[in-house]
Design a protein. Structure first.
Length: 43
């Protein structure tokens, strides 16, 4: 048996940044809807 080529690394900092960015956008959208629900939904 011979050793093949080394596979590239996956994950790392990139997935953490995308997850944090997505959560930030989701929370911002939720806060926008929460604080503007009277104007948006006519209540």
């Amino acid at each position: 048996n011979t050793t093949g080529t080394q596979l590239p690394g996956t994950g790392g900092m990139g997935t953490t940044l995308f997850t944090a960015g997505g959560l930030l956008i989701l929370c911002a959208a939720g806060a926008f809807l929460y604080f503007n629900r009277k104007r948006l939904f006519g209540r």
